[in-house]
Design a protein around this ligand. Structure first.
Ligand SMILES: NC(=O)c1ccc[n+]([C@@H]2O[C@H](COP(=O)([O-])OP(=O)(O)OC[C@H]3O[C@@H](n4cnc5c(N)ncnc54)[C@H](O)[C@@H]3O)[C@@H](O)[C@H]2O)c1
Length: 422
């Protein structure tokens, strides 16, 4: 990777450089109010079909076009839209044409990681807002490209970080806002999800998600854990990430699993995996907070995003969700359920039943889509914009660079260009 540089000094200079702005900030810029939001979906494989299912239940959302390099997937999406009672969407073989259509307001991108940036950029160049799956970008250059293009075109680029809308995360956010945890000092975030079979499969993510394990060594998927913790800490609303340092352990699990499962003549047996099984990063913020951020998709262990937030009056810790408040019996956590009555988030009170019935990740997928479309319809700014898309994705490339240069501490780019105060 060229961003890693030929020396630690070169890498530091690269990370520390802020390109000149090409337009004013997009912070707080409202969507243009409209009753019906017309969506064009690009990439309707596993995730795209799921998101389409959720979106078709959202009041005021209309899917007018779909595109996928596999026509069978696009046709399946078309049928899904028609079954939901909407007019048949246009099927565009070329995603560029979808972005150019006059009947699309928001381009909704669920393609593999490498396609996110070119598609989001073209959508914005065509005057459309972009909503893009996670991570929005995998290089710092691309993070800046998204920011620059959003600012220049005055179009939003929203990253679809669904975990921010999970039941527990929203309830805890409510408790933080009510002051129950005091001054927030520390958080822990992760993507710990054993995906060895998915990575080695001959379909869906197996076709593209293993490749980064052969040419990177860092945190490949930082946003699910980091997004919610960033919200707990009011990142870009009075605080920002200022520094990151990362370390990887050796790689072993994916290779050993592959060698046990696949015959000697399978071409995957010739692959060399470079990505350490566990990557741990520490992020510091301008307000002196710290975040532990981890990534491990190959070790046999149960799923966890850690999802911990600590403050001067208490701590929340997930998996299972539990709370300790100052003055509580010395060793006992309280289950989150005890706080439901008073602190359940209003959006979950109102939409939770439908969200759970639709089922996407326990309901958070619907809540995310519902919220995005309602903000658009009301002419309000999105909950998160291009600055979060960039800052929550950036620990991917930053961890690669830190690991490559012996755990070099790196300055964290200020993608907001100074607009991170409340
Ligand atoms: N937020 C979440 O909970 C969550 C869950 C799963 C996946 N994802 C993300 O969703 C994205 C897609 O993952 P997936 O599991 O659906 O993968 P997938 O391989 O099942 O589907 C990708 C789809 O995109 C199509 N495609 C590939 N390249 C394309 C291109 N250049 N233009 C148009 N279509 C193209 C493929 O034909 C396929 O239909 C990834 O970014 C992934 O990280 C997010």
């Amino acid at each position: 990777m060229s961003e890693i540089g030929n020396s630690a000094a070169e890498a530091l200079a690269f990370v520390g450089a802020t390109p000149p702005a090409q337009g004013a900030t997009m912070r707080g810029v409202p969507f243009e109010k409209r009753d019906v939001v017309r969506l064009g979906f690009i990439g309707v494989g596993g995730r795209g079909q799921g998101q389409l299912h959720e979106m078709l239940a959202v009041e005021g959302a209309r899917v007018t076009a779909v595109s996928d390099i596999r026509d069978a997937h696009a046709q399946q999406a078309r049928e899904r839209v028609e079954k939901a009672g909407q007019p048949a969407p246009a099927v565009e073989a070329d995603w560029r044409r979808l972005c150019e259509r006059a009947d699309v307001d928001l381009v909704y991108i669920c393609t593999p990681w490498d396609a996110h940036v070119p598609q989001a950029l073209w959508a914005m160049e065509c005057g459309k807002h972009a909503a893009v799956e996670v991570p929005a970008a995998t290089t710092l250059t691309d993070c800046w490209r998204l920011v620059d293009t959003s600012e220049r075109t005055r179009r939003h680029c929203v990253m679809l970080e669904n975990c921010c809308y999970e039941y527990a995360e929203m309830l805890v956010l409510n408790m933080i806002r009510a002051g129950l945890f005091g001054t927030i000092t520390h958080g822990e975030a992760a993507y710990i999800h054993e995906l060895r079979d998915t990575l080695l499969a001959d379909a869906s993510e197996g076709l593209w998600r293993r490749e980064p394990h052969t040419n990177r060594n860092g945190n490949l998927y930082p946003t699910h854990g980091l997004g919610p913790v960033a919200r707990y800490m009011d990142i870009h609303r009075g605080d920002r990430f200022t520094r990151l340092v990362a370390m990887s352990c050796r790689q072993a699990s994916l290779q050993e699993y592959r060698d046990r499962r696949l015959p000697a003549d399978n071409p995957k047996r010739a692959e060399t995996y470079t990505c350490g099984d566990m990557n741990s990063a520490l992020i510091q913020t301008a307000q002196g907070r710290t975040i532990l951020l981890q990534h491990d998709v190959v070790t046999p262990r149960p799923y966890s995003r850690l999802n911990l937030v600590a403050g001067t009056k208490g701590t929340f810790c997930d998996y299972p969700p539990r709370i300790f408040l100052d003055g509580q019996g010395a060793h006992d956590w309280k289950p989150l359920a005890e706080f439901k009555e008073q602190y359940e988030h209003p959006i979950w009170k109102e939409q939770g039943e439908l969200a759970r019935k639709l089922g996407g990740h326990g309901g958070m997928d619907f809540i995310m889509n519902y919220r995005l479309i309602q903000l658009f319809r009301q002419g309000l700014p999105p909950d998160s914009d291009v600055y979060e898309a960039a800052a929550w994705s950036a620990p991917g490339p930053l961890s690669d660079i830190s690991v490559a240069w012996d755990n070099l501490p790196l300055p964290f780019p200020d993608f907001t260009r100074g607009h991170w105060q409340a």
